[in-house]
Ligand binder design. Structure first.
Ligand SMILES: [Zn+2]
Length: 260
């Protein structure tokens, strides 16, 4: 409730109704300010007044928080989260639905005829790129790398992604969030637990931070599912790369330049 009251106080301050602290404490100042907002019935319970205020605030800023009725449901929760992000960061939260992301590239669907035509034989057309920040080798963090061997056709895009990651997060957050824990790219092998060739065999798939994004882990456990990685995913998805975690909710370490 405290977070909701804080947000309500921010909204009231924005409207010029409230001059007190943004402390999440519902006192007479907050109540008095709410009563200055047209459309809020003074006879309602205070919790419903707060909810209505948040619903109104969300609507005014372009988020759908459902009907302005003071009832807290999933749509209001959604509007609240979007609004809270906007108020905290001064910008709207990026879309977390991959299918809504505009992408620069459209990579061919995995194992389709177009895929084989586009990428050719496994283990061919490989180049080495210089990456913009130092990578730690995930299975032995004492080892470092500044190069990735990948397919010629994804090289430029991969570099763009990593340059954007560096720009967005900076070296410190890259370290802290394990964005430099590199789990490999080119590797001519079968899929784990499968009979088909892994996309790694063409050098157009990469793994990051495998320790905290294990193959069978879902959104509830995988580190990369956390909202602090939203920008990480934006960097990849802007370039059309596909996360198995985001699409299929397993193998969150794995990102590939192919549709699934
Ligand atoms: Zn992988």
């Amino acid at each position: 409730m405290k977070e909701k009251i804080k947000l309500a106080q921010q909204l009231l301050a924005e409207k010029g109704h409230y001059q007190g602290g943004i402390d999440g404490i519902f006192g007479p100042n907050t109540l008095g300010a709410i009563h200055k907002v047209p459309g809020i019935d003074h006879g309602l319970p205070n919790s419903r007044k707060i909810t209505m205020l948040i619903q109104m605030g969300a609507k005014e800023k372009g988020f759908d928080a459902g009907a302005i009725d003071g009832m807290w449901g999933p749509q209001t929760q959604f509007g609240f989260e979007e609004l809270a992000f906007l108020m905290e960061h001064g910008r709207k939260r990026g879309s977390w639905r991959p299918e809504e992301m505009p992408a620069a590239n459209r990579w061919p669907r995995q194992n389709s005829p177009e895929f084989h035509e586009f990428y050719g034989q496994r283990g061919q057309n490989l180049v080495s790129i210089d990456v913009p920040y130092e990578l730690k080798i995930a299975w032995d963090l004492r080892y470092r790398a500044r190069k990735i061997t990948c397919h010629r056709k994804v090289a430029e895009s991969l570099l763009t992604v990593l340059e954007n990651v560096l720009q967005v997060y900076g070296e410190n957050d890259i370290q802290a969030l394990h964005l430099n824990h590199f789990g490999g790219c080119y590797n001519n092998r079968l899929m784990r637990g499968g009979t088909q060739w892994s996309t790694h065999s063409w050098g157009m798939a990469v793994d990051f931070d495998p320790d905290r994004n294990r193959l069978t882990w879902g959104r509830d456990k995988a580190a990369f599912a956390h909202p602090r990685y939203d920008e990480w995913w934006r960097c990849w998805e802007e370039e059309g790369w596909v996360s198995l975690g985001r699409r299929r909710n397993f193998d969150w370490m794995h990102i590939q330049a192919a549709e699934v």
